[in-house]
Design a protein around this ligand. Structure first.
Ligand code: FAD
Ligand code: NAP
Length: 310
C-alpha cells in the first residue's frame, strides 16, 4: 500500500511526487511513456522562471532528477481506472493493480489536431498549438490562427504583439469566444478575419511554413494565403477516459477541483492540464502539483487522527 499513487509524470505529476516524497510519504508514479509529458515535445521553453531559455526535454530531465531524489518509485503502465474502496483506492493498469491511500491524477491533455495536409510535416517549423510558447519566434510575420473559440481569439490578440498581422480563419460567420474577447479582437487593427472558411492545407518550402490553402465552405472558393506561421486552436482533449466511470469528470471531460486540487472523490486529487482551469502551462502545472503533494500529507494525517479517535 502506497501513501500516494501519481498517474502521469509530466511537470504536474513530477512536482506532486517531489512534494509528497519530501514529506516522507511513500510515492508511486505511474507513466505510460517517458517522464516529462508535453515538455518532451517542446523545442524551447522561454517562460519557466530561472531559465532564460531551456530545451523542453532538458527541463524534463532536470525535473525528473529533482522529483525522484527523495525516493519516488516509478512504474510503467497505462492506467485504466480508479476504484474507491473507502480507506484506500485501487489504480489498475493493463496488467497490474496498485493500492494507495491517496491518488493524484496528472494525465494532461492533447491539443486537437486539424487533420489537414502539411500539419504534421510542419509541426515545430511554423505550425504551433501554443502562442505563449512560440509567439516570440514569429516577429514581424503574418500569422494565421485557426478556430473561433476563446483560445483562438485570445491567442490571436496575444500574437499581435509579435506579428505584423494576424488573420483568424473560422469555419462559421460568428465566433464562439466570449463577447468581451471578441470585442477586443474586433478593435485590434492587426487582426483580420476570414469567415465561413476552413484551412485545407498548410504549405511550405523545405524548411518552414509559407502559407495556407483556404476554402470558403459556402461558396467553395479556394484561395492561397501567405503566412509565416499557423497557430491551431480547435479545442483540447483531456486524457480522462479512465476516470469517467468514477464520475470525476464534467460534461466536457475535464476534472473539476477546488483550489486544494481535491476532486469529488475524497483522497483523489487532479493537477495540471487535466484540470478544469484557465491557463495551461508548465508553471501552473507545477503550482498545482505542489499543492496536491502537500494536501495528500494533510489528508493522510487527518485519516490517522480519525482512526485513533475510533
Ligand atoms: P503533461 O505534460 O501532458 O503530462 C501528462 C503525462 O501523463 C504524460 O507524460 C502522459 O504520458 C501521462 N499519461 C496520460 N495518460 C496516462 C495514463 N492513462 N496512464 C499513465 N500515464 C498517462 N508551457 C509552458 O509553460 N511553456 C512553453 O514553452 C510550452 N510550450 C509548449 C509547447 C508545446 C508544443 C506543447 C504541446 C505544450 C507547451 N506548453 C508550454 C504547455 C505545457 O507543456 C503543459 O501545460 C504542461 O506540460 C502540462 O503538464 P501536465 O503535467 O499537466 O501534463
Ligand atoms: P473550443 O471552445 O472548443 O473552441 C474550438 C473552436 O475551434 C471553435 O470555434 C470551433 O468551431 C473550432 N473548431 C473545432 N474543430 C474544428 C475544425 N476541425 N476545423 C476548424 N475549426 C474547428 O476550444 P478552446 O477555444 O480551446 O477552449 C477550450 C475551453 O477553454 C473552453 O471551455 C473555453 O471557454 C476555455 N477557455 C477559456 C478562456 C478564458 O476564459 N479566458 C481562454 C481559453 C479557453 P465552432 O465554433 O464552429 O464549433
Amino acid at each position: 500500500m502506497y501513501d500516494v499513487i501519481i498517474i502521469g509524470a509530466g511537470p504536474a505529476g513530477m512536482t506532486a511526487a517531489l512534494y509528497a516524497s519530501r514529506s516522507n510519504l511513500s510515492v508511486l508514479m505511474i507513466e505510460r511513456g517517458a517522464p516529462g509529458g508535453q515538455m518532451n515535445n517542446t523545442a524551447e521553453v522561454e517562460n519557466y522562471p530561472g531559465f532564460d531559455s531551456i530545451l523542453g526535454p532538458e527541463l524534463a530531465i532536470k525535473m525528473y532528477e529533482s522529483a525522484i531524489r527523495f525516493g519516488v518509485e516509478n512504474a510503467y503502465g497505462i492506467v485504466q481506472g480508479i476504484t474507491d474502496h473507502g480507506e484506500y483506492k485501487e489504480v489498475c493498469t493493463e496488467d497490474k493493480n496498485y493500492q494507495g491511500k491517496t491518488v493524484i491524477i496528472a494525465t494532461g491533455c492533447v491539443h486537437r489536431k486539424l487533420g489537414v495536409k502539411g500539419e504534421e510535416e510542419f509541426a515545430g517549423r511554423g505550425v504551433s498549438y501554443c502562442a505563449v510558447c512560440d509567439g516570440a519566434f514569429f516577429r514581424n510575420k503574418r500569422l494565421i490562427v485557426v478556430g473561433g473559440g476563446d483560445s483562438a481569439v485570445e491567442e490571436a490578440i496575444y500574437l499581435t504583439q509579435f506579428a505584423s498581422e494576424v488573420t483568424i480563419v473560422h469555419r462559421r460567420d460568428e465566433l464562439r469566444a466570449q463577447k468581451i474577447i471578441q470585442e477586443r479582437a474586433f478593435a485590434n487593427e492587426k487582426i483580420s478575419f476570414i469567415w465561413d472558411s476552413v484551412v485545407e492545407e498548410i504549405k511550405g518550402n523545405d524548411m518552414v511554413v509559407t502559407g495556407v490553402q483556404v476554402r470558403n465552405v459556402k461558396t467553395n472558393e479556394v484561395t492561397e494565403e501567405a503566412a509565416g506561421g499557423v497557430f491551431i486552436y480547435v479545442g483540447l482533449d483531456p486524457l480522462t477516459e479512465p476516470f469517467k466511470a468514477s464520475g470525476l469528470t464534467n460534461e466536457t471531460g475535464w476534472i473539476p477541483t477546488n483550489e486544494m486540487m481535491e476532486t469529488t472523490m475524497p483522497g483523489v486529487y487532479a493537477v495540471g492540464d487535466v484540470r478544469e482551469k484557465g491557463l495551461r502551462q508548465i508553471t501552473t502545472a507545477v503550482g498545482d502539483g505542489s499543492i496536491a503533494g502537500q494536501q495528500v500529507f494533510d489528508f493522510i494525517e487527518t485519516q490517522k487522527d480519525q482512526q485513533a479517535v475510533k
